[in-house]
Design a protein around this ligand. Structure first.
Ligand SMILES: *[C@@H]1O[C@H](CO)[C@@H](O)[C@H](O)[C@H]1NC(C)=O
Length: 445
């Protein structure tokens, strides 16, 4: 009896000891509880279009191999707020892995083609937050992923910012932990750095995102700090007031991937301003970004574990040489960063809200009033230049690798329907741009 309760107590202690402490944001950096800086070494994890955090056994198998790879964080694009996530959240916690979760669902995604941020979206986002806020290993929430997918789409930015404002207010009203709430942006050269500055500008803490994350495919090995245009990304991140990191990276053309960009991200050039990166992606599927696979491509159509020709469940097997390339690369990179008490907020600068410039694609004129909950968009904030029919840069050189990422993303299949919808809306926006300056007419529903 005594022995039993003693061992119970000990196992209780062991559980406590392995549990991760929440990560905290101070200035533009993430910190562990002991004050040391936290850098993301992450992977994108979405085995199927819907929630990958409900199959505990699968999470355990993946978490165990992720640990071997050196992963300390994952991002998940879609979850089901009504499902039970305890098993998977514990499996990742046990492996030392934090999670970033998208609050939007397939139905509530903010689309430039039909701009609104309303109560239905708010409540569905809130459901996801309610479900996940209780886990200490939740590192952050996204209010959207690549909603602005083309250079014509910048008019969606105030709605993204409004969503962040309202979800932060909801979090605080519910007295939840200050889980950071940010946005995961497509890297669109024409909107650099206006989008990141806009989401962090204005000087009202309640209105800005808590972090900015970038999906960038501009470093395609072999490349370097300059040819990849990471030097430009670094210049935009200097003294940025909130944390910034890569929420997707890992260009796979021509391949194999060497992950040399990780040397830059965790090296002297960027370490003071960037908080790490999330590699796209864990599972091998049609787009060939996978670090592991669960079986040969093809697969038996009668097998319910196969979707889109790829097995979505089972024992993860490293994809060679990419998995080992990343593993060895990360093993050499052990940044220490700064201590929490060394952050000097005075060194951080609130960016001014960008205005559109002639020939520029940024469509928001300075610090416009944010839409309130329920407002829709009946017009644009200001004009964009007369567009050519070519909406993507063809140049694959410096600052112009957007296309590679776009191509990859288009078949990623994680947001099917979204890209098609975004393409449709381009016509609408371009049409409205011809009318030069059109006022922002917000119509309360
Ligand atoms: C929000 O917008 C969606 C999509 O247009 C719509 O179905 C829903 O009814 C709206 N919700 C409210 C509260 O107006």
């Amino acid at each position: 009896m005594l022995f039993a309760s003693l061992s119970l107590a000990l196992s209780g202690l062991a559980t406590l000891a392995s549990a991760l402490d929440p990560i905290e944001v101070v200035g533009n950096k993430f910190f562990n509880k002991d004050g040391s800086q936290f850098f993301l070494k992450g992977v994108a994890y979405q085995l199927r279009p819907h929630d990958p955090l409900i199959d505990t056994e699968q999470c355990k198998r993946d978490a165990s191999l992720m640990k071997e790879l050196g992963v300390n964080s994952i991002r998940v694009y879609h979850v089901d707020a009504s499902a039970d996530h305890d098993g998977c959240m514990k499996a990742f916690d046990d492996a030392g892995i934090y999670l970033l979760i998208d609050l939007d669902t397939f139905d509530t995604y903010i689309l430039p083609s039909n701009l609104h941020w309303n109560q239905t979206q708010h409540d569905d986002y809130a459901d996801v937050m309610d479900t996940f806020q209780k886990y200490d290993n939740v590192l952050g929430f996204f209010v959207g992923n690549e909603n602005i997918a083309h250079k014509e789409d910048s008019i969606a930015a105030p709605f993204i910012k409004a969503a962040a404002r309202d979800m932060k207010a909801y979090r605080d009203k519910k007295n939840y932990r200050k889980i950071p709430i940010g946005y995961s942006a497509a890297d669109i050269v024409e909107l650099r750095p206006m989008l990141q500055n806009y989401l962090a500008c204005g000087g009202e803490t309640a209105d800005i995102v808590d972090f900015f994350a970038l999906n960038s495919y501009s470093w395609c090995d072999p490349a370097d700090y300059k040819t990849s245009s990471y030097d430009m990304l670094e210049s935009y991140a200097k003294n940025f007031p909130i944390p910034i990191f890569f929420s997707e990276t890992g260009c796979n053309t021509p391949g194999p991937r060497l992950f040399a960009d990780q040397d830059a991200v965790f090296g002297k050039d960027m370490i003071n301003d960037w908080s790490g990166s999330i590699i796209y992606e864990w599972i091998q599927e049609e787009n060939h970004y996978g670090l592991i696979s669960y079986g040969p491509a093809g697969g038996d159509a009668t097998n319910t574990d196969v979707e889109g020709g790829f097995t979505r469940k089972g024992t993860p097997t490293p994809v060679s040489p990419d998995f080992n390339n990343l593993k060895s690369k990360w093993a050499t990179l052990k940044p220490t960063g700064v201590h929490k008490t060394d952050v000097d907020p005075k060194t951080l600068t609130t960016p001014s809200c960008p205005t559109s410039t002639s020939g520029g694609w940024w469509g928001i004129e300075g610090n416009v009033r944010l839409p309130s909950l329920g407002e829709t968009m009946a017009g644009t904030f200001t004009s964009v230049p007369t567009a050519t029919s070519d909406s993507q840069p063809q140049d694959s050189g410096k600052d112009g690798n957007d296309d590679k990422g776009k191509d990859g993303k288009d078949d990623k299949g994680k947001d099917k329907g979204k890209n098609a919808a975004s393409k449709d809306m381009q016509i609408t926006i371009l049409g409205s741009s011809l009318a030069a300056v059109i006022l922002f007419a917000a119509v309360a529903l």
